[in-house]
Design a protein around this ligand. Structure first.
Ligand SMILES: [Zn+2]
Length: 245
């Protein structure tokens, strides 16, 4: 599988798009989280990387509902509805899905007048997306990918994920504190994308204390503007970068 990096920054970054990437397996594309100003971020990733992997993205997996991870979802859904006229697939753990409509999307998306404003339609989440609930400890089919999720430790329900395709595995920590149980879940992967940051996030010092068997296959995401990429002993992801797993 290939991974195209869209954003690498944390919620407060002035420099980076917020953390999001696209997984390509065959012709299938799954976007993991949906950063703000998504179409601008996709264009920038395409320009920086100089390739066309991004293409048509009809499937999204959400790790959690903080704005830096789902801020682009309303615009994405409206674009699919009005412009693409395709209903995208949305994958997330049940506790994430249960808050998505009421907590984030309903106010701007439920009421929808028709073109001549003669009729008010009341829309639902299912009018915009094909919904696919994910459960921990269960292997789920997401297109051609096998996906497993695992609860991370964060302010709100948040789920890490492992993606398997053609005998290869990618693991993503999502937003989390340093958590040995989560690292055990991530460890079998060929590539681990792990968040790094202060406060409730995972300190850099904790990550570099991990054994080289883990750090050598780890890349960092969700870093702040003050994170020193030049001295980092674990390689940070870069926006637009294309990885092969
Ligand atoms: Zn978060």
């Amino acid at each position: 599988m290939q991974i195209k990096v869209i954003g690498v920054g944390d919620a407060f970054s002035e420099q980076y798009n917020s953390s999001s990437f696209v997984i390509k397996a065959g012709e299938f594309r799954l976007m993991v989280d949906c950063c703000e100003r998504l179409r601008k971020a996709l264009r920038e990733a395409r320009e920086r990387g100089g390739n066309e992997i991004l293409g048509q993205i009809d499937s999204i997996l959400l790790t959690h509902l903080h704005g830096d991870h789902v801020g682009g979802l309303e615009a994405y859904a409206f674009y699919k509805f009005f412009v693409d006229r395709r209903k995208p697939h949305l994958y997330a753990a049940t506790p994430v899905l249960s808050e998505l409509w009421e907590g984030r999307l309903k106010a701007p998306m439920r009421q929808l007048y028709n073109a001549d404003f003669s009729q008010l339609n009341l829309m639902t989440l299912e009018d915009y997306f094909e919904i696919h609930p994910l459960e921990p400890d269960r292997q789920e089919q997401v297109g051609p990918l096998q996906v497993e999720i695992f609860p991370a430790r964060h302010h709100i329900p948040t789920f890490a994920a492992r993606f398997s395709y053609a005998g290869r595995k990618l693991a993503y920590s999502a937003d989390t504190t340093f958590d040995p149980a989560l690292l055990d879940f991530l460890a079998p992967a060929d590539l681990i994308i792990h968040e790094v940051g202060p406060g409730v996030h995972t300190p850099y010092e904790k990550l570099i204390s991990l054994p080289p068997t883990l750090t050598q296959k780890m890349r960092l995401i969700h870093y702040g503007d003050d994170f020193d990429k030049t001295t980092s002993r674990i390689k940070p992801l870069e926006e637009g970068e294309l990885l092969e797993v």
